[in-house]
Design a protein. Structure first.
Length: 155
């Protein structure tokens, strides 16, 4: 086999996810909403809906929406909803109400595949503090006076 054929084969295998399946983008990467987690994760879901402020993050956005520009509102959606701007993520409170708050999948990633197969490899089990910084950035911590609480109120 020639060097170019070997390289082409390697590229095909890598891109198809056969060589590194954990990094494959195959399968359903859509968001399903936090209620889909409740069936198997009853305690975590109960804690999340009872104690986590982000389980009700849509309330503050809805209160302020009439005073915000479209661009400002989109900035709110990026942190106060699930999957905004991503495939299968929040579109609007009317079209995707189950994603209208910052739910389980904000930290654990899209859950469609995991909710079907239950495989721990198909979801982010232990989010890193670094992943929180998308919303809990230094600027937002100063502006809104909040800090990320890893697992705060959710587990």
């Amino acid at each position: 086999m020639t060097q170019s054929k070997k390289l082409a084969l390697l590229i095909i295998v890598f891109c198809s996810g056969l060589f590194f399946p954990a990094y494959s983008h195959g399968g359903d990467t859509h968001y399903v909403g936090s209620r889909a987690c409740a069936e198997c994760h009853e305690k975590e879901y109960a804690n999340f809906t009872t104690y986590a402020k982000k389980a009700h993050s849509d309330q503050s956005v809805k209160l302020m929406a009439s005073d915000l520009t479209k661009k400002e509102l989109e900035g709110c959606y990026s942190c106060h909803t699930t999957g905004y701007g991503k495939a299968g993520g929040f579109i609007s409170y009317e079209e995707t109400p189950e994603l209208g708050h910052a739910g389980c999948e904000v930290c654990h990633g899209p859950g469609a595949t995991h909710s079907e197969d239950g495989d721990p490899e198909s979801i982010t089990l232990r989010p890193s503090l670094k992943s929180c910084e998308t919303c809990h950035s230094d600027e937002r911590v100063r502006t809104f006076n909040f800090k990320p609480m890893l697992f705060g109120g959710a587990h």
